[in-house]
Structure formats: structure tokens, C-alpha cells
Design a protein around this ligand. Sequence first.
Ligand code: SAH
Length: 394
Amino acid sequence: MSIIKLYLAKGKEHSLKRFHPWVFSGAIKKADGEPQEGDVVEVYSSRHEFLGMGHYAPGSIAVRIFSFEQVEPVLAFWTGKVQQAYDFRNRLGMIDNPDTDVYRLLYAEGDHVPGLIVDVYKDTAVLQAHSVGMYLARPLIAQALQAVYGNKLKAIYDKSAESLPPKAPVDAQNGYLFGESSAGTVVTENEHQFFVDWESGQKTGFFIDQRENRSLLANYVKNKAVLNTFCYTGGFSVYALNAGASLVHSVDSSKRAIELTERNAELSQAPERHEAFAIDTFEFLKGKEDQYDVIILDPPAFAKSQNVRHNALMGYKRLNAEAMRKIKPGGILFTFSCSQVVDKNLFNNTVMAAAIEAGRSIKIMHHLSQPADHPISIFHPEGEYLKGLVLFVE
Ligand code: SAH
């Protein structure tokens, strides 16, 4: 079967020539066939120059480019992609590192595999396809992972049922593509231990993207009372306990998350200084004036699309203002947003609006982002989704 060719309207080739990997549907002038969701297609300029190859999907982003060169997307091609990503993690010191055996191996556009995420938990890889094209490619990607890791990899778990677009025309079931594992393992992150359950946990099981920000928190918690809201599996809580916090309170509205946090606190050096609460953060904060020296706010993405962005901003503002009102004078607030549609400036402005509302004087100590195993292509700034500020509340 020959590959369908899409031709862009005149002048629409510039972003692809700058290696931005998205083709919007409005830029396509004609096609020499009728591509189906998930098909590999070739993209050409109006002058019939080859621009790139990618996966087709109906919708606003019509093609996600995985190669700016003409290639055969067979096993050797995908093995090359995995090897390149592996070599980069090796350069970051993440491969065979006994202190940290959990990292993101493939981060979509940042690793030139739009629509694909692979996280590594010790000897298990957890895959999430966000496009039908990548979903269909996953047997090859699983083989590529095995080719690169050899017997270091014991299992590959496909968790795409939750990550594919809601109307994707495939009947995705989560399950092992290779090997089997005991639904979870204890991993090590900067020498801290966590139980991770990829089968039933959120996303791939653990929020790997906060690794460096958790390390930074450890610098500011000795003998301090710490409140970790939206704690999920207690990443920030465990770092705080091991760094000598006098007490750590963890809050999450999910009972299951609180169970996982308690389990992880047990793996820490000071479980007796920890308490966890299954409750809404706003409820919990009621009446908690001047109790905490350090507060962490890491809510889920309040905005998943542009059209709900305004409400999301109101949500961030209200949450931050509340924490600013409650924190002890001289306290330190770690505040985050992982909404891709809320960029750094917008987030900073929203936090500033919260500070005005709270009437507290505040200094910015650090600007935070995502770690290098969640790389951002300089040509695809949309890849930056995690933003954070560390604030000194006077
Ligand atoms: N900080 C975490 C990741 C947070 S994910 C880490 O480092 O691993 C966001 C979490 O917020 C989820 O676990 C979700 O259950 C929780 N959540 C969502 N809405 C909430 C609310 N209103 N109050 C408390 N927790 C909430």
C-alpha cells in the first residue's frame, strides 16, 4: 500500500521547515487519497518539496511529524529513535544509576515521537500512546525497547486505554506487551523510595516530572512544618520527611492516593512525623492559619483546553491566595501548574493576582520547570507544560 501524500497550501511550509512537528488541518490544500486516523502520511509543500512524515488524525492537528526525512517506519527506524532517547538519558546520568531508577525515556515531541510517552520504572517500561498512529506502532516500539535494553527490561506495560483520544477508533485494552510484572514495584528516586503501581495508578503511576523540584524542597524543610496538598503518592512528602521536617501533612481528595502516600511515608526515615488526609484541599485549608512553614500546591491540570482556561485561572488564583493567607510569616510556598494551555507568563501573572488578593508581600525565590528527561524541543515550546514558583511569603 502506498503512503498517502498531503500537499500544503502555499506558504504553509515555514513552521515545518523550522522543525515544528504539527500540521494543522487548515494548512492542507489537497491529498492524493483519503487518509484514515493513524495512517502514516507524507507531507509536501505546494511546490511538491518533501517536508516530513507523520501520523494522520482528523481534528485540528492533522499530522504529527515523526521524521523530517523520508524514511521507512520499520523496526530499525523505531529502534533508532529509542536508542537516541536512551543515549540522551545516559548523558543525563540516568541509565544504570542506583540512586534514581525511574525516568521518562520518551517524551513525545521532545524526543521526536509525537503522541508517545514511555516511562521506565526500574526494569519495567510503561507506554502510553496519545495518538492512534503511535498506538498502531506500539508492537514495533515494544520490540525497539527490547532491542535497546536487552535483558535489562523485564516487562512492557501498555496503558493507552486512558491516554488515547476519546473517539479513537480502536478497542484499546491495557496490558503487557512483553513479560509480566507484579503490578508495581519499589523504585528509587534520588535515594528516596517509592512504591509505584502503574496498573492502577494515575498516568503511568508516578509523577516523575517533579523529581528536581522535590530535591529543591528538601533544602527548605529541616525542622519545619510542611503541608503537601494534591500529594498523589506523596513525592514531596517523602523528600520532606527524609530531609528532617518536624511534621508533614499530606492532602489528596483521592482515598487511593492517600493509601499510596501512607505506604510511601512508611518507606521513609520518619513515618511517625507524617499524617495524611483524604479531603479536598480547600476544605482542609479552612481554619489552618499560621500552622505551616512550607506549603506545596501541585494541583491537577485545571485547564485541559483553551476554552476553559479562564475558569482554570480563577481556580489557580483562588488556591494560591488561600495558601498565601494561611502560611506562617516567613513561610515558603511551592506552587505549580501543569496545564499546557497556561504558559509561564500567565501563571506568574495569576500568582501575582493571588498575592494582591491575599495582601501579603512576596519574593520570588525560584522559577521551576520540568526536568531534562522531559525535554522541550526549542522549535516546539508547547512541550513545556510544568511551571512552578517558589515564593517567600513575608
Ligand atoms: N504532587 C503530586 C502529583 C499531583 S497530581 C506528586 O508529586 O506526585 C494531582 C492530585 O490532585 C491527584 O492525586 C488528585 O487526586 C488530587 N486532587 C484533585 N483535586 C483535588 C482537590 N480538590 N483536593 C485535593 N486533591 C485533589
